[in-house]
Design a protein around this ligand. Sequence first.
Ligand code: 2F8
Ligand code: CA
Length: 257
Amino acid sequence: MEAKSKSLTAERDEMMGSLKTCTSQKTALSTERDSLKRTNSAIEEKSKRLTSEKEDLSRRLNSCTSQKTALTAERDSLKRTNTDTQEKLTRLQSEFTKQRAELHSNTLQLTGLRRERDELQTKLTVFERYSKQSWTYFSGSFYYISTTKKSWRDSQYDCWGKGADLVIIDNKEENAFVRKFQKKLWIGLSDRLREGSWIWQDGTPLRTSFWYPGEPNNFRGTEEDCAETKYYDYENSWNDVECTNANFWMCEKKTGV
Ligand code: 2F8
Ligand code: CA
């Protein structure tokens, strides 16, 4: 009986020990469970916050992407416009340069034309004035033939009074022009200053001459110091004669234009 009681006591003590262990394990598990629950809650909350944050970021990203697309399109369009404008500007600049050069050239031409017009106007005015006074134009000069006869010296004075000179014959064309009038005329040639040295009355020496054969000859020892167009039917038409003789005469006025 006593042995049975001992065994029961031992069994009870063993069971009490097991209970104690179980109770303390249960408490530890309970604590662990509560801790895990809290951790889980915290994780869930964090997950919710991150999800919401992610959705917000996603919305913002979408909005940013569409704005970026719009801005890219706008930028490309502006780039194209810019290129067009640049090309237009280059074209306009080249046109401007061309037109400016054209304007410059036209201005020069205009200045030239105005000068030409003024010269022609002057020429015309001179031409009209001399034409009215019965002067004849030939190759840049006007010519006057007297209707009376005078000595070589007085003829020269008459020409000077008209703003002209006794005619100076420079070439065979001019000589032919003078001969055409079929008149014995004083011309502006003499050797009065030095015998044998024939000079035109403006001081230029005689180079091309049209003396009749045998002239100048100081005929029969007379002092023939002035020239006339005695033989006008011939190209070599000139003769020397005394300056005091009375002759028709021819004045020449160079127009200078
Ligand atoms: O009157 C003077 C004049 O006389 C002659 O011409 C008519 C002479 N001609 C000849 O001798 C060929 C001129 O030389 C002279 O000047
Ligand atoms: Ca002579």
